[in-house]
Design a protein around this ligand. Structure first.
Ligand code: ADP
Length: 251
């Protein structure tokens, strides 16, 4: 499966790029030793402060692209720059939120919310204050001493959002964080995330298979498909809300 993406608002003078992907190609080895080409010559430019939604069907390479930007996957061919630097796993300026919350079961809600700040070296008093303020924002302050097993999936994902945003990351990478939720919880969480993001001013990259979600949340939508050898399109979503697609891709 091969994907080609040409994406991004051109980096015009004065626009700082949070992410710059150039000529990125990536392949995995199949169990039979053959190669599965997932990305081919991908170019993506994400200006700082934008909310970019990358939408495409399952298996088209979205997570692979995000993992390469996060430094989780090693670049094979082409280049990726995050704030002008080679991505590295564990960069405290980058927050990563997955579809599943991945909370530590032995830590309380508060302990989980503080986790990324601990790793970022934020002091105890500051950590506690920020964590409680964020839990308040996502409506879980009263559950601060509960354990993940006592929470619903939507609640756990709210904790994960608080944990991701607590260290004030410059870049937030979201891998289908709302997809496993029921419709109402999804809307609540999307709303909570966007409110917090608005205050933080971080750059956000959301990957999703849901075009409606991409258009509702993104300032810019990047379309990935799984048809090999095709240049994919970018369309900007007009601001302010209610947003509309101003430049639909044409084949
Ligand atoms: P998406 O996020 O769009 O669903 P992925 O990036 O997760 O797509 O996967 C793209 C393709 O690469 C899929 O066919 C998947 O099975 C394959 N793939 C992903 N990671 C690996 C891996 N570590 N090893 C082998 N194949 C992989």
């Amino acid at each position: 499966m091969t994907v080609e993406v040409t994406a991004g608002v051109p980096a015009v003078d004065g626009v700082t790029l949070a992410i710059e992907v150039r000529g990125l190609s990536h392949a995995f080895e199949r169990p039979d030793g053959s190669s599965l080409e997932v990305l081919r010559h991908v170019d993506v430019s994400v200006p700082r402060g934008r909310f970019v939604a990358i939408v495409g069907p399952s298996g088209c390479g979205k997570t692979t692209l995000l993992n390469l930007v996060a430094g989780i996957e090693e670049v094979q061919s082409g280049s990726v720059a995050v704030s002008g630097e080679v991505p590295r796993c564990g960069n405290q300026r980058v927050g990563y939120l997955f579809a599943r919350d991945a909370l530590l079961p032995w830590r309380t809600v508060l302990g989980n919310t503080e986790l990324a700040m601990e790793l970022a070296g934020v002091g105890k008093v500051e950590r506690r204050a920020r964590a409680m303020a964020l839990l308040e924002e996502v409506g879980l302050a009263e559950m601060a001493n509960a354990y993940p097993a006592q929470l619903s999936q939507g609640m756990r994902q709210r904790v994960a959002i608080a944990r991701t945003l607590a260290p004030h990351p410059e870049l937030v990478l979201l891998d289908e964080p709302f997809s496993a939720l029921d419709a109402q919880t999804k809307l609540l969480l999307q709303d909570a995330f966007c409110r917090l993001w608005g205050r933080l001013g971080a750059t956000v990259v959301l990957i999703t298979h849901d075009l409606g979600e991409a258009v509702a949340l993104g300032d810019q939508v990047v379309l990935m498909t799984s048809r090999p050898g095709r240049i994919k399109r970018v369309f900007d979503v007009a601001l302010p809300r209610p947003r509309s697609i101003v430049d639909l891709p044409s084949e």
